[in-house]
Design a protein around this ligand. Structure first.
Ligand code: CP
Length: 331
């Protein structure tokens, strides 16, 4: 296959932060992803990555990131190996991250890592000679989720610039929100925050928004106000639970309980609520998933407001594009 108009060369680059790439480069990855939609939808296999091996090193649980990367590599014609949890690896014998990465660097052509520690993907990228992709590092970043979300917004709304976009839920420790806020700012979306307790975007992200994209701290909206005003609500949980898979608890038990109570009272999204409020027909709900069905009600699933399942599916063409570009597999 010839990726039409392929002009940019990402051979051997890492994908650790979205801000390491320019808007033109991100746009280009999204354009290349369009070229893989046919393979994604028809569930066929190409030969582009024949002979190449992807390592998926998941120190923390994952359904979408892990298996959409694996699916993408298979669809490109390559092979996959790796682990989900370290139970039967030598991490259990005390091997450090750097040495684990050195091994997969010699065995494979490209690495995706998810790890509970912030900065672990950067650490891996410093050690590995093959490209390293960050599949989520602690409460820090999740840049490929941002990539597929930007792609989804473009598909759903036809553009990203000037789209009114509200983060809905606790985003202080949300690696998804951190990467996506920067990606949205890069493309000129109008960002808002709707959060419980003190779970707003953290200072380091606010500072980066300002320094890199000249965007001020996104205004806070009240839940009903946001539902009436914005084009997209991007739901997440009350507080990201980083303890699953070995991360640190970021808030006290008391604060967690209080924030969760507020979230469960004011942040539930349902068709019933949308009807009562009279929201716009094209108000779109996105969610990186997994969701809690108690707060994102299944009565929204089969309505025009539901973007979250299609959004997750777009992980395939987007991750195919990223793998193909970093591996430089094209003819
Ligand atoms: N969106 C996302 O990162 O999902 P997983 O944790 O299942 O990979």
């Amino acid at each position: 296959m010839n990726i039409s108009g392929l002009k940019m060369n990402f051979a051997g680059k890492d994908f650790v932060r979205i801000t390491h790439y320019s808007k033109k480069e991100i746009e280009y990855i999204l354009d290349v992803a369009e070229e893989f939609e046919d393979t994604y939808r028809k569930k066929t296999q190409m030969k582009l990555a024949e002979g190449k091996i992807l390592a998926t090193l998941f120190f923390q649980p994952s359904t979408r990131t892990q298996f959409s990367f694996q699916t993408s590599m298979h669809r490109l014609g390559g092979s996959v190996l790796g682990f989900a949890g370290t139970e039967y690896t030598s991490v259990m014998k005390g091997e450090n991250l750097e040495d684990t990465i050195r091994m997969f660097d010699s065995y494979t052509n490209i690495i995706v890592i998810r790890h509970p520690e912030a900065g672990s993907a950067e650490k891996a990228a410093e050690v590995a000679k093959v490209p390293v992709i960050n599949g989520g590092d602690g409460s820090n970043r999740h840049p490929t989720q941002a990539l597929l979300d930007l792609y989804s917004i473009r598909k759903f709304k036809g553009k990203i610039k000037d789209i009114k976009f509200a983060f809905w839920g606790g985003i202080k420790y949300s690696r998804v929100a951190h990467s996506l806020a920067l990606g949205l700012a890069m493309f000129g979306a109008k960002i808002y925050q709707v959060y419980p307790g003190n779970q707003s975007l953290p200072d380091n992200i606010i500072q980066e928004l300002k320094e890199k994209y000249n965007v001020s701290a996104p205004p806070r909206l009240q839940p009903d106000e946001a539902l009436k005003q914005v084009d997209i609500v991007y739901m997440g949980g009350a507080i990201q639970d980083l303890t699953i898979g070995g991360g640190k608890a970021m808030v006290s038990e008391e604060e967690r309980k209080k924030t969760l109570e507020e979230y469960n009272k004011y942040f539930v999204l349902s068709l019933e609520r949308f009807k009562k409020l009279g929201v716009k027909d094209d108000l779109l709900v996105m969610h990186p998933l997994p969701r809690h069905v108690e707060t994102l009600k299944p009565d929204l699933d089969n309505t025009k407001h539901c973007g979250y399942f299609e959004e997750a599916g777009y992980g395939i063409p987007v991750r195919m594009a990223l793998l193909a570009l970093l591996l430089n597999v094209k003819n």
